[in-house]
Design a protein around this ligand. Structure first.
Ligand SMILES: Nc1ncnc2c1ncn2[C@@H]1O[C@H](COP(=O)(O)OP(=O)(O)OP(=O)(O)O)[C@@H](O)[C@H]1O
Ligand SMILES: [Mg+2]
Length: 350
C-alpha cells in the first residue's frame, strides 16, 4: 500500500479516449497532451509495427491508402471495438510510452474510455494492453459517461442527461441520471460509414474511385445533413474506373447530402428509438435539458438541425466535440479516489 502511494508520487496519471479514428491522451493537471489517429503501419501479413514500433499515429496515417506492397497501414479498432488485439496493444503502448516517456520513474494509473457495448473479452484486451504498456492500475469508464462529464452535463444528478456521440466507428446514444446509464443504444454507423457512402456515390455517379482520405475531405468540405443557404462545391481527384487513369470531377453539397442520407437516417433512427425507451420521468427532464451531440461526426453540417427536427427537442453540439470524451476521462482522474466505487478496474473480480 505504502509502496503504491510512493510509486504514485513519481508517475503521471493519464486518461485515454481510445477511439476508432483518433486516440487522445490527457494528463492530470495538463489537459490533452496527445491527439493522434488510431493508425499503425505494419509489415504485410505480420503484426510487426514498422520503424521499431514507432510507425504509429500521425506518421502511420500519412501512409494509409498510399503504402507500397509490403507495408499496410491498419486501424486496429473497427466499428468502435478492437478488431486486432495485438496491434491495439502495440498502439496503446506506443501512445502511453510517448506521453509517459521521461516524465516519471513509476507506472501510471490509467483511465480508459470504452464503448458501452463492449464484451468482457474486449475489456480484458484493453486491460492487458494498458498493463503491458506499463500501467500500474487501469480503470475503464463508459464512453457516454465520459462524454457527458466532458460536456459539463450534470450526470451525477437526479435528472436526465442525453448524449449522442457520433464517432468514427460507432454512434452511441445514452440517457444518464445519478451517475448511471439508464438507456444506451449503440450502432456501428458513424463517420466512417459516411465516408464509405461518399466513395460509393462517386463510383456510381462519376465512375471515379477515391480513397478514404479523399472521401473524408469531401464530407468535411461539402457534406451536410440539412440544406445550407449556399451549397459549396469541391474538386475531387481519383482514378477513372473505365480508363483506369487519374482524373478530376466537381461535386456539390446537394449531391453529397443525398449520398449521406442513409447513414444520417440510421443515426436519427437510433436517437428516436432511444427516446421511445426512456422512462416518463426522465423523458420529462429531456424536454428541459435537451440532447447534447458529441464526437467528430456531430460536426457534420446540419446534423444538430436534423436531430432537432426529428425529435422536437433542443439539440446542442457540445464545445469541442472531438475532445469531449478525453476531457471527461480527465475529470475521472481528478476524482479517482472519490468515484472509485463506480468505476470498473483491472482489480475487480470477473
Ligand atoms: N467537420 C467535420 N464534419 C464531419 N465529420 C467530421 C468533421 N471532423 C471530423 N469528422 C469525423 O469525425 C469522425 C471522428 O470522430 P471521433 O474522433 O469522435 O471518433 P472516434 O472517437 O475515434 O471513434 P469512435 O468513438 O467511434 O471509436 C471521423 O469520421 C471524421 O471524419
Ligand atoms: Mg469516440
Amino acid at each position: 500500500m505504502l509502496l503504491r502511494r510512493l510509486l504514485g508520487l513519481f508517475s503521471v496519471d493519464m486518461g485515454i479516449d481510445l477511439g476508432t479514428c483518433n486516440t487522445l491522451v490527457c494528463v492530470k493537471g495538463e489537459g490533452i497532451v496527445l491527439n493522434e489517429p488510431s493508425v499503425v503501419a505494419v509489415r504485410k501479413g505480420t503484426n510487426q509495427v514498422l520503424d521499431n514500433g514507432n510507425a504509429v499515429g500521425l506518421i502511420a496515417k500519412e501512409m494509409l491508402g498510399r503504402t507500397p506492397g509490403s507495408i499496410t497501414a491498419i486501424r486496429p479498432l473497427k466499428d468502435g471495438v478492437i478488431a486486432d488485439f495485438d496491434v491495439t496493444e502495440e498502439m496503446l503502448g506506443y501512445f502511453i510510452r510517448k506521453v509517459h516517456g521521461n516524465r516519471g520513474l513509476a507506472h501510471p494509473r490509467i483511465v480508459i474510455a470504452i464503448p458501452s457495448g463492449i464484451t468482457a473479452v474486449e475489456k480484458r484486451a484493453v486491460y492487458n494492453s494498458a498493463e503491458r504498456a506499463g500501467a500500474r492500475r487501469v480503470y475503464l469508464v463508459e464512453e457516454p459517461k465520459a462524454a457527458g462529464l466532458g460536456a459539463g452535463l450534470p450526470i451525477h444528478e437526479p435528472t436526465a442527461s442525453m448524449i449522442v456521440d457520433i464517432g468514427g466507428g460507432t454512434t452511441e446514444v445514452a440517457v444518464m441520471s445519478l451517475s448511471d446509464i439508464a438507456i444506451c443504444n449503440s450502432i456501428r454507423v458513424a463517420g466512417d460509414n459516411m465516408d464509405d457512402a461518399i466513395a460509393n456515390f462517386m463510383k456510381r455517379t462519376y465512375n471515379l474511385m477515391i480513397g478514404p482520405q479523399t472521401a473524408e475531405r469531401i464530407k468535411i468540405g461539402v457534406g451536410s445533413a440539412s440544406p445550407r443557404a449556399e451549397e459549396p462545391s469541391m474538386e475531387v481527384k481519383g482514378r477513372d474506373m473505365i480508363s483506369g487513369l487519374p482524373r478530376k470531377a466537381v461535386v456539390n453539397g446537394e449531391e453529397i447530402r443525398e449520398a449521406l442520407k442513409e447513414p444520417v437516417g440510421q443515426i436519427i433512427d437510433v436517437v428516436l428509438r432511444t427516446l421511445e425507451q426512456v422512462e416518463p420521468e426522465l423523458a420529462a427532464d429531456l424536454v428541459d435539458n435537451g440532447i447534447h451531440v458529441a464526437g467528430g461526426g456531430g460536426l457534420l453540417s446540419g446534423m444538430d438541425e436534423v436531430l432537432a427536427k426529428a425529435t422536437g427537442l433542443d439539440v446542442r453540439l457540445v464545445d469541442e466535440p472531438l475532445t469531449c470524451v478525453a476531457r471527461g476521462t480527465s475529470d475521472y482522474l481528478d476524482h479517482l479516489d472519490e468515484w472509485r466505487q463506480t468505476i470498473e478496474s483491472d482489480q475487480d473480480e470477473y
